[in-house]
Each structure stands twice: as C-alpha cells, then as structure tokens.
Design a protein around this ligand. Structure first.
Ligand code: NAD
Length: 487
C-alpha cells in the first residue's frame, strides 16, 4: 500500500510511523496512508518556506521571472494532469468525469495570475506635502499557510497558490486529512516543473494538530482557509492571536429562486447542476429551492423525472452520474440529517438512503424534501450532500425574504424571463455570487467568496494577486527639510 511522507523543501520526507488511513469511498477500504503531522513537521515545513522566502531564489526573482516559472508549472500541468486523477478519486470519490474536467483546466488557473506577476509595479501617490514625493509599492507577506478541504483539493489549492506565488509569497499547504494524496503528488509535479525547493511545501495531518501549529507559528504571515464555518472560526481565532490576516471561504445554504415565468427546463438543468453535481459536496450547492407556488407542481414533476434516471455507481466509471459521498463520517452525517428532516415533518419526495443499501461504499442518492420550513434543520444547516429542500412563495418580496433567511451568503440562483426582475432580485440577495438564469460557473476573472457565515476575503477575480500583497508607502524628499523648531 502506498505510504506518503510530507513534501518539504522539494522532496518527500521519510514517512513517520504515525498514520492516517485514506479510505476509498467507493469500496469502503483503505487504499493509502498519509503521515499524521505534528508540531515538529509544521516547524520543518515553515523552516523551508521561510528560507525560500528570505534567502532562496524566489525572493530574488523579478515578477517576470516568477511569471515564467508559473507558466512552466502550467505547461507541466497541461501535459501531466492525468497522472493526478486516480489519486483524487480514490481519496474523495469524486466522479471521473468531474475530476477530468477540473484537472484538464488546472493550468488555466495559473496563466492569468502569472501574467499579473509581470505587471506588479510601483505607483506614484498624489500627496499635498511640499518638497517630497511618495509612491505605493507592493510586497508579499512571506510564508502563507493554505488549509484546504476534501471536496476539490487541487482546484481549490490552485485558486490560492497561483495568485499567492505570483505575488512572491511562499507556501505551506495543509490538505484535508480525508484527501491528501493528490495534493502531495501535485507538489512533486510542480517541483519537477521547476518551482524552486521550499516555495510550496505540504504537510499532512489533522487540522487541530498540525494545522493549528502552522497557523500559530510566529513566521506565518497570512492564512488562507477553505472549509467549514466551524473550522474557519477556529483558524481565524488562532490567526487573530498570531496577529496575521486570514481569508475564509466557508460553507453555504444557497437558494435557487424560481419565478413562474422562468423557462422550466432551463431552471431544472440549473437546479440539477446546483445540487446533484459532486453529489452535493460543493460549497455553492443550490440546496434550497424557493419556487413560486403557481408552478411548483410542474417544476417538481420535471425535476423528479430527470433525477429518477440518474445512474448511481463507481466514480471511476465514466457512465456514473452520482458517485459516493467522500467518507464514512460524512455519510453518517448526511443520513442523520435526512432522518431528522423526516422527523421534523418535511415531505420526503425521494429518499436517497435507499439507493445506498447493499453497496459497500458510502452511497446516498439524490434526496428531495418538499414543505420545508425555515425552522427546520434542513433549511438552516449545510448538508454538503445530495439533499434538496423545497419551499414556495407567492410574491417577489417573499422570495427575497426567504432567500435571505439564512446564516450563510455564498451563492444564489435567480430564474426568470423578466430581466428587470432578475436584476432587482439579484441586488437584494445577500450572497457573494449571484447567477441569473445560470448556475455554478467559475473563472479566474470572477471573484468568489461569501457574506455572513460563508466567510470573508475573496479569491480569484481581477484583484486576486493584490489580496496576497501588502502596500507600502515610500517617501522621498526632493527639497531641504525645514527646521522643525525655527527661532
Ligand atoms: P473542515 O472545516 O472540516 O476542514 C477543512 C480543513 O481545515 C481541513 O484541512 C482540516 O484539517 C482543517 N482544519 C479543521 N479544523 C482546523 C483547526 N482548528 N486548525 C487548523 N486547521 C483546521 O471542512 P471539510 O469538511 O474538509 O470541507 C467541507 C466544507 O468546506 C463545507 O462546509 C464546504 O461548504 C466548505 N467549502 C467551501 C468552499 C468555498 O470556496 N467557499 C469550497 C469548498 C468547500
């Protein structure tokens, strides 16, 4: 069985004898082991990141040289991404078709931010002080800690790594203890592509152990976290104690608001992609369907007709449309939330627990509840699984009120053929990303991030590199300094 050490300073460390088993969610059996990192491993990784930042070639490179290096990384990913596919599927059960789609585009997250690195420049300031000029310069933070979840480890890492390295920082990555293999292999691959040793280091292990040690290390200058609001709150508290900034990309309970005038087939496609792609294990999962009462029956019939045809199966099979959930604790959580929705009186139109019976892996199929009310757990809490909660509205004001009735604010969908209404409703919904007659797209040019409990800070978008830079003012006297205490 494959056993992984950490990836520190350009090489794998000797695997320790403290292990975390990675279980293949399609089979329910252990397929590889990662090292269970501790404070010493965190220190070793941070030593390497600090060295690479303070005295290694990375800190001496110009923006253009860093850009060339990141372009080389992108070229290697474009050539070799297929080597990473199986590890991620075996770790988290994501379907072959989805993983191939994500990985074939991995290089595209790097190229635009590499290009930005070529244009980081000083900017003159307009000050009113006589006899002195000032300018804004940009400088990297230093070693940045990136903490990532299990659902899309490499794509989420690319969103952090490309702009952070373009800005000139170095990194230590702590992937999820549930899915670390693809991140380790990726680190080796980008190192082979020419990224200097120590610029990207990976330590594996539990969040509260090695993750916490990394955030508390005095040399860590910034933390970028993606995961649950529970984990994010703990990381932000530790970062605050260490007086370093943190950005948090957290969970969601995103609404899909469907008006009576929406094209029903289009809306059904958007609802399906929102909640059943990645088996609902997606931060932007559109898990609350808020539909105008006059069209609910038609829409739900269309939705059910499509969902009944979805093929549940082995994630390695390209025909599979619904794969397993990523791990056993998560399977148990999703099943418990379905049971509670039944107990609380929601009407179960489709119970995905049945689909999993008799299978070795961690399967729950598409699940749909009607008559879900805002006091129910299913309305308020993120399932992170294939469970859709439906409720109805009569007026536009009621639709907006229901959409905003959530602690989260990550994403939202609005479906209507009235463009004025689409724009009006989009303005009123409190979420970091709003899709109108569309759902789920992401692109390096569009920022992502949450409002409310979905987090703070933004990733991607036009300012992605600037988020990993600090500004500094430099003042230069151009005239003699006047005597401050004239007689
Ligand atoms: P999680 O919070 O359990 O873990 C995420 C990472 O944080 C893991 O690497 C974990 O080890 C680490 N961690 C946990 N506690 C820590 C601590 N005290 N100190 C340091 N590190 C700690 O989340 P998960 O279950 O892996 O991922 C699912 C969650 O991620 C969902 O809520 C989902 O919505 C969210 N998510 C958000 C986005 C986004 O872009 N907003 C994207 C993907 C997933």
């Amino acid at each position: 069985m494959e056993q992984f050490g950490h990836f520190i300073d350009g090489a794998f460390t000797t695997p320790s004898n403290q292990w975390i088993d990675s279980v293949d969610p399609a089979a329910g059996t252990v397929w590889c082991r990662f090292s269970r990192g501790d404070a010493q491993d965190a220190t070793a990784a941070m030593d390497a990141a600090e060295r690479a930042f303070e005295s290694g070639p990375w800190s001496r490179m110009s923006g253009a040289e860093r850009a060339d290096c990141l372009d080389q990384v992108a070229d290697a990913l474009a050539r070799r991404w297929e080597e990473l596919v199986e590890a991620e599927i075996r770790d988290n059960g994501k379907r072959l078709t989805e993983v191939r789609g994500q990985f074939a585009g991995l290089d595209n997250w790097f190229r635009p931010f590499a290009e930005k690195a070529r244009h980081i420049s000083r900017e003159p300031q307009h000050n009113a002080v006589p006899g002195v000029q000032s300018e804004t310069t940009y400088l990297p933070f230093g070693p940045v800690v990136a903490i990532t979840p299990w659902n899309s480890p490499l794509m989420i890492l690319a969103w952090k790594m490309a702009p952070a390295l373009a800005a000139g920082n170095t990194m230590v990555v702590k992937p999820s203890e549930m899915a670390s293999a693809s991140t380790l292999l990726f680190a080796q691959m980008v190192h082979e592509a020419g990224l200097p040793a120590g610029v990207l280091n990976v330590v594996t292990g539990y969040g509260h152990e090695v993750g916490g040690a990394l955030v508390r290390d005095q040399r860590t200058r910034m933390v970028t976290f993606t995961g649950s609001d529970l984990g994010g709150g703990k990381v932000a508290a530790a970062a605050a104690e260490n007086v370093i900034p943190a950005t948090l990309e957290l969970g969601g309970k995103s609404p899909q608001v469907v008006f009576g005038d929406a094209d029903p087939d289009n809306a059904v496609n958007g609802i399906l992609s929102g909640i059943f792609l990645s088996n609902g294990q997606s931060c932007v999962a559109g898990s609350r369907l808020i539909v105008q009462a006059s069209v609910k029956d038609v829409l739900v019939q269309k939705l059910l007709a499509r969902v009944w045809t979805l093929q549940l199966g082995d994630p390695m099979d390209p025909e599979t449309q619904i794969g397993p959930l990523a791990n056993l604790p998560h399977l148990e959580k999703v099943r418990a939330m379905i049971a509670r929705a039944v107990d609380e009186g929601a009407t179960c139109l489709l119970d995905g627990r049945e689909a999993g019976r008799g299978r070795a892996g961690f399967y729950v199929g598409p699940t749909i509840f009607d008559d879900v009310t805002p006091t129910m757990q299913l309305w308020r809490e993120e399932v992170f699984g294939p469970v859709l909660a439906i409720t109805t509205f009569d007026t536009e004001a009621e639709a907006v009120q229901l959409a905003n009735d959530s602690a989260y604010g990550l994403a939202a969908g609005v479906w209507t053929s009235d463009s004025d209404r689409g724009a009006r409703v989009a303005r009123q919904i409190r979420a970091g990303t709003i899709y109108i007659n569309h759902y789920r797209s992401i692109d390096p040019g569009a920022s992502i991030g949450g409002l409310k409990r979905s987090g703070y800070g933004r990733e991607l978008g036009p300012d992605a590199v600037k988020h990993f830079l600090q500004t500094r003012s430099i003042w230069t006297g151009t005239a003699p300094v006047p005597d401050p205490f004239p007689a």
